[in-house]
Write a protein that binds this ligand. Structure first.
Ligand SMILES: *Cc1c(COP(=O)(O)O)cnc(C)c1O
Length: 380
């Protein structure tokens, strides 16, 4: 898939805009099917086995989305009235319609995050509830996000994951990793997936992001946990039937062969770094602030570790994005007044050059935020 297949548009809004590779489309066409609620869809079974093997866990369950993956993981780990500890900026806290409360019947204790996406581990220690105090909920789960989106897609290290897991384990609480972009983390850190997954009880990861599949996520963990998550999947209407047709591209993505999508993520990371380096040279582009780059000043390409570039523009943001759109380049508004660009399958180094040229032109023709505000202000 190249930009020419998309009418010349370079769509950097997200890595969820990826289209399946020719090998995936062929695998979908040829997929052997069954009824997955009866557990007899051979392609789904093969995908679940492959995911479990790759991450070194006993079992896996195929679900429709990353959100459903986190939801059924919570259903697998938690009972009503329990509490999860999760980072304040994370997807589980902000972007899942409080499914933990609506469906699972649990609360979330939000942990403060540092600029590298980690927590102060002394604060984690303190966040566990006293099970002997009748007032308090029961701590039931620790959840971390890897890569950590709001810190510009930082990979959380193996050492940090081990430390969080040890603290959780000492309190008898499991660790879940929301690994929507788990393989971006393993590739950036140069780790085998099973090694980064080892400290965690469960991991969910998306097929539909950088791995370029049209749909799906997997949740991996111990057999009994996966059995409960599978029950949870049926509860939320996620029991899918002749679904090998959707599992087939996942098997391609997770394969070791030349059609596999995991090692290829390194290209996305290199392209994101090149994009950030080019942007940093442009007058009018600056640090994103927030977790992505707390210190004010120029954009620091050194903070790009995976496929996210988050920055601020000293212009009216909407006008700037519109000027880019006019040149066939799509980016998206991100939190705290920033802009996010995400590299992915189908975007190559030539596209990055085109994006930088478009940004240069867009900066030139877009007024500053101040001028834009003055132009629209009432003139009484
Ligand atoms: C995208 C994402 C999800 C949810 O995945 P969907 O397939 O969009 O439901 C969960 N967690 C993180 C960190 C994500 O980036």
């Amino acid at each position: 898939m190249t930009t020419s297949d998309r009418g010349g548009i370079v769509d950097l809004r997200s890595d969820t805009v990826t289209h399946p590779s020719p090998a995936m489309l062929k695998a979908m066409y040829e997929a052997e099917l069954g009824d997955d609620v009866f557990s007899d869809d051979p392609t789904v079974n093969a995908l679940e086995e492959r995911a479990a093997e790759l991450l070194g866990k006993e079992a896996a369950v195929f679900v429709a989305s990353g959100t459903m993956g986190n939801l059924v993981a919570q259903l697998g780990h938690l009972g009503r009235g329990q509490e999860t500890m999760a980072g304040a900026s994370t997807h589980m806290v902000n972007d899942e319609q409080a499914g933990h409360a609506v469906v699972v019947g649990t609360s979330i204790r939000q942990m403060a995050e540092r600029a590298d996406g980690t927590w102060d581990l002394a604060e984690l220690e303190e966040a566990f509830r006293d099970p002997n105090d009748l007032h308090e909920p029961i701590s039931g789960l620790v959840a971390i996000e890897n890569t950590h989106a709001h810190s510009m897609g930082r990979p959380l290290s193996l050492d940090y994951t081990h430390k969080v897991a040890a603290i959780a384990q000492a309190h008898g609480v499991p660790l879940h990793v929301d690994g929507a972009r788990f393989f971006n983390a393993t590739v950036a850190l140069g780790l085998e997936p099973r090694d980064l997954a080892a400290p965690a009880d469960s991991v969910s990861f998306c097929l539909s992001k950088g791995l370029a599949c049209p749909i799906g996520s997997l949740v991996v963990g111990p057999k009994d946990f996966v059995a409960r998550a599978r029950r949870g999947r049926k509860l939320v209407g996620g029991g899918m039937r002749q679904v090998g047709v959707l599992a087939a591209p996942g098997l391609v993505a997770l394969s070791d062969g030349p059609d596999g999508m995991i090692d290829r993520l390194a290209e996305d990371h290199a392209n994101a770094r090149a994009l950030a380096e080019g942007l940093a040279r442009l007058d009018g582009i600056e640090s994103a602030g927030g977790l992505a780059q707390p210190e004010p000043g120029p954009l620091d390409p050194g903070r790009v570790h995976t496929n996210f570039v988050v920055f601020r523009v000293r212009r009216d943001r909407a006008q700037f994005l519109e000027a880019l759109r006019g040149r066939g380049i799509l980016m998206v508004e991100y939190q705290h007044g920033t802009i996010r660009a995400v590299t992915h399958y189908g975007v190559d180094a030539t596209d990055v050059e085109r994006v930088l040229a478009a940004c240069t032109a867009a900066l030139r023709e877009t007024s500053s935020a101040k001028a834009a505000a003055a132009a629209t202000a009432p003139t009484t």
